[in-house]
Design a protein around this ligand. Structure first.
Ligand SMILES: NC(=O)c1ccc[n+]([C@@H]2O[C@H](COP(=O)([O-])OP(=O)(O)OC[C@H]3O[C@@H](n4cnc5c(N)ncnc54)[C@H](O)[C@@H]3O)[C@@H](O)[C@H]2O)c1
Length: 446
């Protein structure tokens, strides 16, 4: 099938690559000429496991191409995906300017029936806005061409995006058009062989399903973080509590890890956007507002521990920081907890020696060169000359460090762990002063 994808980001590029892999003929369009040029030279703009070979092999085989030429892409695709960003507006609601700009571009160039598929995460009612933008533009140009607008939200997880797109849990199709449903069933049939994963529904429900999924996951995290704070207040250990509640199959073990807050390009903005669109519709989304508030406070947690430990005097301290990306297996730094921590440390007069397996370039891009940030080539190098260690991201390579080396390199035997990777009792045996999230007992004992 001939497919066009607008937006070569985490969603657009991965979707394009997996669709090309199964044999569809894909053109990707982006406004970023530099990104397009680099992709044509085999340089992949993001880190995502398994993505580079998938993109390069399909590009070489001629099944996927990259261009800034929108007219070419629109002529090519019978189905056209919109996978551009929907960043937060000033008040936190989703900014639809990129989505609507693409809708206008599609209408300006289309000369035959198109199925326009919204893959970006967008507020309920956006398909109607896209539809209105297309008809308005067609009318202005006195063109009479038919089209369908479908909501097909994306559920991939950064760090596992290729696998998620190859083997999706579900494929949500929000449409009232039989033709669009038939075409999309055909498009997705290579990913739908084991059992039927396609769930067809009305467009507004599909749009809300995406937000509901992300908000549910964010709620689980904020709920556990709230429990971790209570564990500290009451002198309990959240890791025992986690195992205790996870064993109930109605709750389950997944996604109930306490930590130093959620980040990334989706949860923070989607919780905010749904809460804001609820407010605009005259409904106060109390749970969502609380989820956001808890997360905001949780991102301050590591700095609070550190500051309390040093009685607020961090001037001149050097902090080794392991983990910069918002979660493992990605280089994405959007809303990462590490950013809040680094900024607080800098404000307090400390400097940071950081290491991350993939997000160093992105950190450099965001913060540029500054005297209080050194990006180190290895996790061991980050310890060199540092006073203590903080862990912000649970990359596998941080899970079994050489604790003797750690003690030898750091000027203080002190570890702040934002992801609860270690057992407090073991840390005590190693002679390390260990802070973790919500493990009140262990902190109190020391
Ligand atoms: N990143 C994720 O994990 C994820 C998962 C599910 C859904 N989503 C949603 O998918 C959407 C895209 O997210 P992303 O992370 O891939 O974004 P991204 O920022 O990585 O990529 C967006 C791309 O769109 C391009 N673009 C902007 N305007 C354009 C235009 N007019 N024409 C062509 N290209 C244009 C940008 O240059 C950029 O390359 C968002 O709505 C997001 O919420 C993201």
């Amino acid at each position: 099938m001939k497919v066009t994808v607008f937006g070569i980001g985490y969603v657009g590029l991965v979707q394009a690559a997996v669709m090309a892999e199964v044999g569809h003929d894909v053109i990707c369009i982006d406004v970023d000429q530099d990104k397009v040029d680099k992709l044509k030279e085999g340089q992949i703009p993001i880190y995502e496991p398994g993505l580079t070979p998938l993109v390069t092999s399909n590009y070489e085989a001629g099944r996927v191409d990259f261009t800034t030429d929108a007219a070419k892409g629109i002529e090519h695709g019978e189905v056209i995906f919109i996978a551009v960003g929907t960043p937060p507006d000033e008040d936190g609601s989703a900014d639809l300017k990129y989505v609507l700009a693409v809708a206008e571009t599609i209408a300006s160039h289309m000369d035959s029936h198109k199925i326009v598929i919204n893959k970006s995460t967008v507020p309920v009612g956006t398909a109607d806005k896209v539809s209105a933008k297309i008809s308005e533009t067609l009318a202005k140009l006195s063109k009479s061409v038919t089209y369908d607008v479908v909501s097909n939200p994306e559920f991939l997880k950064e760090g596992a995006a290729v696998n998620d797109c190859m083997r999706p849990d579900r494929i949500i199709l929000g449409t009232d058009s039989e033709l669009a449903e038939k075409k999309l069933r055909e498009l997705y049939s290579p990913f739908n062989r084991n059992h039927d994963k396609i769930i067809v529904m009305d467009i507004r429900s599909a749009e809300l399903t995406k937000y509901a999924a992300n908000c549910m996951l964010a709620t689980k995290i904020s709920f556990m973080n709230e429990m971790s704070n209570l564990a500290e207040v009451f002198g309990a250990d959240i890791e025992n509590v986690r195992r205790g509640i996870g064993s109930d199959p109605r709750i389950g073990y997944q996604f109930i890890y306490p930590g130093c807050g959620y980040g990334g390009s989706c949860f923070p903005k989607d919780v905010q956007a749904l809460a804001r669109s609820a407010t605009s519709a005259g409904y106060k989304a109390r749970v969502l507002e609380a989820v956001e508030e808890v997360n905001y406070a949780q991102k301050e947690k590591l700095f609070e521990y550190i500051s309390r430990h040093f009685s607020g005097d961090l001037k001149g301290k050097t902090v080794a920081l392991w983990g910069l990306s918002f979660k493992p297996n990605t280089d994405d730094m959007r809303e990462a907890s590490s950013r809040v921590l680094m900024e607080r440390l800098w404000d307090a007069g400390a400097s940071v020696k950081a290491y991350d397996p993939e997000a160093m370039e992105e950190t450099q891009r965001i913060y540029g060169s500054r005297s209080d940030l050194e990006l180190m080539g290895t996790k061991e190098a980050a310890l060199e000359g540092a006073d203590f260690l903080v862990i912000c991201t649970e990359w596998q390579v941080f899970k079994a460090p050489d604790f003797d080396l750690l003690k030898e390199k750091l000027s203080l035997p002190l570890l702040f762990d934002g992801r609860n990777l270690f057992e407090p009792a073991r840390m005590m045996e190693y002679g390390l002063h260990y802070y973790a999230i919500g493990r009140g007992l262990s902190v109190k004992e020391q």
